[in-house]
Design a protein around this ligand. Structure first.
Ligand SMILES: [Zn+2]
Length: 160
């Protein structure tokens, strides 16, 4: 919650985006189409919007959580859409991570013709399940080597 010089209170666009779990771009769209009322104020770094209140109608449609159809983890779900090579449409409810991974770029050779062409759901599942999580041990080893390098740098600095 910010307070401007005139004593007005409200939320900035990034704050509203955080609360509504959407992008700043979406918040700007809500302002442009009148779903959100904002006051334009002059700030140190230029004009900015201050939104006095967020209508509950915008807050209510919360993200639906459930079991992702791809990774089987319980997460907020989005709808994943795609077409097969013949143009048939498919959709599944998946988490954001899986949705971001199930893109034509990750299935080379299947993207001829039109956009959003993906292989069969079985192949997509195979891809998701085939992704190896980075082992914790590797991360620890990486951190240790970084710390060792930092120690050397610090030592050099103190010698000067
Ligand atoms: Zn998933």
């Amino acid at each position: 919650m910010l307070e401007d010089n005139g004593g007005k209170t409200g939320y900035t666009i990034p704050e509203v985006a955080e609360i509504l779990n959407c992008s700043s771009k979406t918040v700007r769209r809500y302002i442009n189409n009148g779903k959100l009322i904002s006051t334009r104020l002059e700030g140190k770094y230029g004009d900015y919007h201050l939104i006095p209140e967020i209508p509950s109608s915008l807050v209510l449609p919360k993200e639906k959580t459930g079991i992702c159809e791809a990774c089987r983890e319980e997460r907020p779900l989005v709808r994943h859409h795609w077409f097969d090579i013949e143009g048939h449409y498919y959709s599944k409810e998946v988490c954001r991570r899986c949705n971001a991974l199930l893109i034509p770029q990750n299935f080379p050779g299947e993207k001829e013709g039109r956009k959003d062409i993906l292989p069969s759901w079985e192949k997509q599942l195979k891809y998701i399940h085939g992704l190896k999580p980075v082992p914790v041990l590797d991360i620890m080893a990486m951190l240790e080597s970084i710390i060792a390098k930092l120690d050397i740098l610090i030592e050099k600095q103190t010698l000067h």
